[in-house]
Design a protein. Structure first.
Length: 347
């Protein structure tokens, strides 16, 4: 019996010891949690103190889903968020008013405000081009050749009064293929028996002041199939007018060509396209009267007045997919290309 009691005593001691250990372990875990909570509270307090806000900005930007609450409980935060939106609307109003006041109709464009430095660029008069375009630059004019249509998409040159007032050379009509077109230009045979003229794009009479320049204008790359009544009629009339304008304004820039915007009827072995329309742009970039004018003419006989063919350069750009005078400052380019300016030319 005495031994039995001793055994019970040892068992009681072991039970007491395990309870103490569990109690000690639970107490340690509680202290760890309490320590973490204190550290978080201190960090939160430091952040709030640094930002000077009860709720730090980091926590206020968190997008937390709120449970369904009565609208009265969320009314105040919504009001605070809406306030900045109202301020932005108020600031935007003066900008809209300024834009409407500076409309082209109310404010005349000040051409004198622009420095014409860009005219010194060697390619100033050329429409926009890429490295892959077939550009042929000659001393008196430049062309961009279009292989698909076997003619130039545009010809650009400067026409000066001093040159036009010189003694002229006799035209020799030495039409010939252009050796600088790598793929081969149109030929004389393409036009034979076609019923179409070898119509100059840059006219021979614009270069008759110099024998070499005159000869250079007869390359087939400068020709386009034109209805004889058109070439010798209204188109020639426009060419004469441009020379008169060059003399009156000392110098003008000319960009001219066919409208090559689709498939056309073709002539000859080289399948030279017969365009339906031709364009011509004349630019006077010398002060005091900076101005430009553009024409669009159908490839047919016409006795209409030249002023009836005037269009805006913007309209030509849409039709031809060309970008004229891209080196100009945008504001100046837009002013010149969006207006017809007919009254400045036909006086």
């Amino acid at each position: 019996m005495a031994q039995k009691r001793k055994s019970n005593s040892r068992s009681a001691k072991r039970g007491k010891s395990s309870k103490q250990q569990r109690s000690k372990g639970g107490s340690s875990f509680g202290r760890i949690l309490l320590g973490l909570f204190i550290l978080l509270a201190l960090a939160y307090g430091a952040l709030a103190f640094k930002e000077g806000k009860l709720v730090p900005e980091v926590l206020s930007e968190l997008k937390l889903k709120l449970p369904d609450l009565d609208q009265s409980e969320v009314a105040e935060p919504e009001t605070k968020q809406e306030a900045p939106k109202e301020e932005k609307k108020i600031e935007a109003q003066p900008v809209e008013e300024n834009i409407s006041e500076e409309s082209p109709e109310e404010t005349p464009f000040d051409y004198d405000a622009f420095d014409l430095y860009f005219t010194a660029a060697f390619d100033f008069m050329w429409p926009a081009y890429t490295a892959n375009d077939a550009i042929i630059e000659r001393p008196y004019y430049t062309i961009r050749y279009n292989e698909e249509h076997e003619q130039a998409a545009w010809v650009a040159y400067k026409l000066v009064a001093d040159s036009l007032n010189q003694t002229t050379y006799e035209r020799k009509d030495n039409f010939r293929e252009d050796p600088r077109v790598r793929s081969g230009s149109a030929s004389l045979d393409d036009y034979k028996g076609s019923g179409y003229d070898r119509g100059h794009l840059a006219p021979a009479a614009d270069f008759s002041y110099d024998e070499f320049a005159l000869s250079q204008s007869f390359y087939m790359s400068n020709m386009s199939p034109q209805n004889p009544s058109f070439n010798r009629g209204v188109w020639k009339k426009l060419e004469d007018q441009v020379r008169d304008w060059a003399k009156a304004n000392q110098a003008v820039y000319v960009v001219t060509g066919p409208v090559l915007n689709k498939r056309f009827k073709t002539i000859g072995k080289n399948q030279v396209s017969v365009p339906e329309y031709y364009y011509k742009i004349v630019l006077d970039i010398e002060k005091p009267e900076v101005k430009a004018i553009a024409f669009l003419m159908k490839n047919e006989k016409s006795s209409a007045d030249l002023s009836t063919f005037v269009v805006t350069i913007d309209e030509l750009e849409k039709l031809t997919s060309l970008d004229f005078f891209p080196s100009m400052p945008d504001e100046l380019e837009n002013a010149l290309e969006s207006s017809k300016m007919t009254s400045r030319w036909f006086k």
